[in-house]
Design a protein around this ligand. Structure first.
Ligand SMILES: C[S@@+](CC[C@H](N)C(=O)[O-])C[C@H]1O[C@@H](n2cnc3c(N)ncnc32)[C@H](O)[C@@H]1O
Length: 255
């Protein structure tokens, strides 16, 4: 008998940003799979069990969750943010695609969550108010040449760019290289938003012009949003600047 597999997101880390729908799934499930710090965000009952695994073991975790669900359990796979954005929902789909036929019979329920770029954007204003794209800067799952090509295309197309996974101990130079490349396509004044740990107690938000953007400001808990030529900064006395991208395009880059 096949069970149920929920794939949920906790949101960026502020408990108030987890959706009621995801909370209801947590209440219904009995077995939880996820990266330890994400599972720590849940308040589980004594009858609920958790299997924490390392952040780089997504496919193994997906397989373990699918095996548990195919035996009849109500299982919950937990991601940070939204589970479909650079996270576990795609790993579960990959496992089903390449796994045994019985995994296709599992009742798969993927529930959306608030992704990091939305939490960061809301902190500074509305930088994603017009066309934008999201790119993971991790070259673990794709070649660096592909990332460079996409960055160039996004800048030339006039998109605001949200960068996930900007930097880590194993990937120390990629963000600096991305800024260097983008300086060749965008004005130095374009605002770059560094949103670290948005919604958590250790949140840190800063805005720097692209010409002086310092990659060392970011760590692996940071989502970096690079404005387009149309993104604007409103200065205010004694209050943080507002950064926004108007809803209309004047026909700048990419036209
Ligand atoms: C593997 S991705 C997971 C993204 C997640 N599924 C989401 O929708 O936000 C991890 C990256 O998300 C971003 N991130 C996650 N939580 C964040 C937060 N609270 N504030 C800023 N960026 C965050 C960082 O870029 C981090 O390197």
């Amino acid at each position: 008998m096949s069970g149920r597999l929920f794939v949920i997101g906790t949101g960026p880390g502020n408990p108030d940003q987890m959706t009621p729908e995801a909370l209801a799934a947590v209440s219904e499930a009995t077995v939880f799979f996820g990266y330890g710090p994400y599972l720590d965000r849940l308040s589980l009952r004594p009858d609920q069990t958790r299997q924490a695994s390392d952040n780089r073991e997504e496919l193994d975790r997906a397989g373990a969750a699918l095996r548990a669900a195919s035996k009849g359990s109500v299982v919950c796979v937990v991601s940070g943010g939204d589970p479909g954005v650079f996270a576990m929902a795609a790993a579960v789909c990959e496992a089903i695609d390449n796994g045994p036929d019985e995994w296709r019979d599992i009742d798969l329920v993927i529930l959306p969550g608030i992704t990091a770029m939305l939490a960061v954007a809301a902190r500074v204003g509305a930088p994603l108010g017009h066309d934008f794209c999201a790119i993971s800067l991790s070259d673990n799952l794709k070649p660096w040449a592909t990332i460079e090509k996409r960055l160039r295309a996004a800048a030339e197309g006039g998109f605001v760019i949200a960068l996930y996974n900007p930097i880590s101990k194993a990937r120390p130079w990629q963000l600096g290289k991305a800024f260097e490349l983008l300086r060749g396509h965008l004005p130095e004044t374009v605002p770059v938003i560094f949103g670290r740990a948005a919604g958590r107690p250790d949140e840190r938000i800063s805005v720097q012009p692209l010409g002086a953007a310092d990659a060392a400001t970011a760590d692996m808990a940071t989502c970096v949003i690079i404005g387009s030529v149309e993104t604007r900064v409103i200065g205010r006395n004694g209050k943080a600047d507002i950064v926004y991208t108007p809803r209309f395009s004047l026909g700048g880059a990419g036209d």
